[in-house]
Design a protein around this ligand. Structure first.
Ligand code: TGC
Ligand code: FAD
Length: 390
């Protein structure tokens, strides 16, 4: 197929390994063939395209860095990032499904679960037989998840879970949910809740203008009996879910560049073909300024991602470094989407092109996994040592 143009202005390809390029190209080809042709329809109809689940599993999008013995792809962090980049060229909602499955469901089970939990859930999550969701946010606790009220009580042979989570990606169709709740001492723990447990429901959130090809919903727990073996024993406290967010935010830093690349690529092609006042609009300085600035920002963000990936491969990336990349890259992507849309004039508002969909999707991406403000405050705290959250 006619692959997307990279762009790769600084020959970053030279810094990648053969494996990185192979993994990336396979994901790129699959997105072009299987996602791009169907995604606009899915977004217009506000449905998650379940037909692509097997393909996502095949390109290694479910647990790219989870070891192969548990069904994962056993890849490094840069390959993980490249897969997310290519998926988000297609659509941020599809990347959301992959992010949640990999970093927010498989990662905590791998990292904090028992060997039995790993064996029971990870291979099925890697193959897409099970789909997962991650419940941290609540109606009254978004940026401040430490204030959560969802709770569980020890009833001897099981836990009794009560509460509600909101804005949960994959919730409407998930088979398993990793849910964060407080015990009787107020300590946060992760629990694996399975569809079919009595008192557990997942109503869908309708009428979104953003991330329409991703299913979002609530997780509601009314006296749900959760077997004791479903508690993740490896870590408790807010740091446990936040460490999962580190991994997901890293993937988003790469993914956002994918959306930006698609907007740039589309705008450049259009600008070269669209004639006004007797010449291609690409020949006007105002349009060149837009295109030149887009490419500059994409290139800077690519370098940020690559270096962050190298640090993560050595387990040396700090949470604050990840926050900076997530914040910067989503911001430049949303600005690029807005500029690219203008280059297409009236055509830019239609579903004939991907740009308006990316632009609306990125409004969610700039809010979830820590809002733009919260990531700035994380950098502020890192610089000054003084938390400005409260
Ligand atoms: P604070 O007192 O700073 O920290 C509590 C404990 O957590 C530790 N910690 C971390 N540990 C690991 N990784 C991190 N990134 C960590 N950040 C903090 C910290 O050391 C402390 O440990 P301990 O042992 O001392 O208890 O917590 P705070 O309550 O002041 O909050 C800090 C703040 C605001 C930065 C944090 O709450 C935050 O990041 N809020 C944003 C919430 C958020 O990002 N929610 C995302 C929900 S999931 C989602 O959006 C999925 S969308 C996915 C998709 O569809 O792609
Ligand atoms: P609030 O926290 O109420 O923030 C509102 C505004 O106040 C923001 O601009 C914020 O930056 C600002 N603000 C808040 N606190 C401060 C402060 N201390 N200083 C300055 N400004 C502040 N969550 C999950 O757990 N799992 C998921 O799978 C998931 N998927 C999502 C999918 C979508 C499509 C969306 C939109 C959200 C999803 N979320 C998910 C929730 C997401 O993480 C939250 O929306 C986000 O953390 C912000 O919380 P909030 O919406 O309650 O906003």
């Amino acid at each position: 197929p006619d692959l997307f143009q990279a762009p790769d202005y600084y020959n970053i390809d030279e810094l990648l390994t053969d494996e990185h390029r192979m993994v990336r190209d396979a994901a790129r080809e699959w997105v072009k063939k299987e996602v791009s042709p169907i995604i606009e329809d899915a977004a217009q109809q506000a449905t998650f395209p379940t037909s692509i689940v097997n393909g996502l599993a095949e390109i290694g999008a479910f647990g790219p860095y989870i070891p192969e013995e548990y069904g994962g792809a056993g890849l490094d962090q840069i390959s993980y990032g490249l897969i997310m980049q290519e998926i988000e060229r297609g659509d941020s909602g599809v990347r959301s499904t992959a992010s949640v499955q990999s970093s927010l469901v498989m990662y905590p089970i791998y990292k904090y679960g028992t060997e039995e939990q790993r064996k029971k859930y990870l291979p099925k999550l890697a193959s897409g037989e099970f789909m997962g969701s991650f419940g941290l946010t609540e109606p009254d606790h978004g940026s401040n998840p430490g204030g959560m009220v969802t709770n569980f009580k020890d009833k001897g042979d099981h836990y009794l879970l009560n509460g509600a989570k909101m804005w949960i990606s994959n919730a409407p169709f998930c088979d398993v949910a990793v849910v964060w709740a407080k015990n009787e001492e107020g300590r946060i723990h992760g629990l694996i809740v399975e569809r079919g447990m009595e008192g557990f429901t997942t109503p869908e959130t309708h009428n979104k203008w953003s991330l329409r090809a991703s299913a979002t919903g609530e997780l509601i727990f009314q006296d749900v009996k959760v077997p004791k073996e479903n508690l993740l024993p490896g870590r408790s406290g807010l740091g446990a879910p936040l460490s999962c967010l580190d991994s997901a935010r890293f993937g988003i830093a790469w993914g956002a560049i994918g959306a930006a690349m698609d907007c740039y690529d589309t705008a450049l092609r259009y600008a070269k073909e669209r004639i006004q006042f007797g010449k291609p609009i690409a020949g006007f300085q105002l349009q060149q300024k837009k295109l030149a600035e887009m490419l500059t920002e994409i290139t800077k963000a690519q370098l940020l991602n690559l270096r962050l990936g190298q640090l993560r491969n050595k387990d040396k990336a700090t949470s604050a470094q990840i926050s900076m990349a997530k914040r910067n890259n989503v911001e430049i992507a949303i600005n690029i989407a807005r500029e690219a849309r203008q280059i297409l004039g009236g055509m830019g508002i239609t579903g004939e092109y991907s740009i308006m969909r990316h632009m609306m999707n990125l409004e969610s991406v700039i809010t979830y996994e820590g809002t733009h403000d919260i990531h700035l405050l994380i950098t502020g705290l890192d610089i000054t040592g003084i938390p400005a959250f409260k």
